[in-house]
Design a protein around this ligand. Structure first.
Ligand code: SF4
Length: 281
């Protein structure tokens, strides 16, 4: 019997803590004054160097993230210029994550060498105004549609434990299913004293059930990825996410929180009998 394949994805927060939006779960929103590292754009050479390291660490996906709600023209130029150089040097599934974008911008990213775009719908349309008032859920949804029209692979998902109820989760997963996403990013809320949402309202068992539900519903989605909040939500049970249907995780650090040490993580996953894929098929 083949060992279960696991895909690793690295995220690079190339611009941190500068966002003017008000998402209640996000430490990168300036308004919350969270105690995080804040910096402007990293250089292209540094991003490429970090891509080489990610590939050496068996990542098959490399996601460039900015703390912005909207992709503006300056960022778009930077993304395109970086992708053109990076793809000549590193063979990796290159993902952009820079918020709401229009079809023309997304087509330019595709042309420059991006393979995928990550854009989470976060929660149900109904619950969205409880977690963000600065921009609408429908704008996020429209971007997901345009990502597919532009020929990019769509990575989407959301964040659980924000106070949403079961119906919100069902509604959200139904949208992801209808979008025929390529990869699903499942995040679990990691509370921070500076943020307005004070606690994560789901138990570990509920979190496992959410992964299983998503896996069962999104039968044609290649990667079910547990992303942010894995260590916080599951602690010593974190690798059990694979038993419930996840086949992908983020390695290294998250956007503003520390992750596991990479070589230790890889060793642990292999010792558990899983096969770490080195190609993003
Ligand atoms: S738009 Fe993105 S970066 Fe900005 S506050 Fe919301 S989640 Fe954070």
């Amino acid at each position: 019997m083949n060992k279960k394949d696991i895909y690793l994805c690295a995220i690079n927060n190339i611009q941190s803590g500068t966002c003017s939006e008000d998402c209640k779960f996000c430490t990168q929103a300036v308004i919350h004054k969270a105690d995080i590292k804040r910096y402007k754009l990293k250089s292209t050479s540094r991003i490429i160097k970090e891509a080489i390291a990610a590939k050496q660490n068996k990542a098959v996906g490399y996601c460039l993230v900015t703390s912005t709600a909207f992709l503006d023209e300056k960022l778009l130029r930077f993304f395109c210029q970086t992708a053109k150089q990076l793809k000549k040097i590193v063979d990796i599934n290159l993902i952009a994550c820079s918020g709401i974008a229009n079809l023309s911008q997304l087509k330019q990213l595709k042309k420059a060498g991006f393979d995928s775009y990550n854009h989470n719908i976060e929660t149900s349309e109904n619950y969205y105004t409880n977690i963000c008032t600065a921009h609408s859920w429908s704008k996020r949804y429209d971007t997901c549609i345009d990502i597919k029209k532009a020929g990019l692979k769509l990575c989407s998902g959301g964040i659980f434990g924000l106070g949403e109820n079961c119906q919100d989760r069902v509604d959200m997963v139904k949208v992801l299913k209808d979008l025929h996403i390529n990869s699903c990013a499942i995040n679990f809320y990691h509370p921070n004293d500076a943020l307005p949402i004070k606690r994560n309202n789901i138990s570990v068992d509920e979190a496992f059930d959410i992964i299983k539900y998503i896996k069962d519903e999104l039968k044609h989605t290649k990667k079910i990825m547990v992303a942010g909040g894995r260590e916080y939500m599951f602690a010593h049970k974190q690798y059990e996410v694979f038993k419930y249907g996840a086949n992908s995780i983020v390695i290294g650090d998250y956007l503003t929180t520390k992750g596991e040490q990479i070589t230790k993580e890889i060793q642990t996953i292999q010792n558990l009998g899983y096969n770490i894929k080195e190609v993003c098929d």
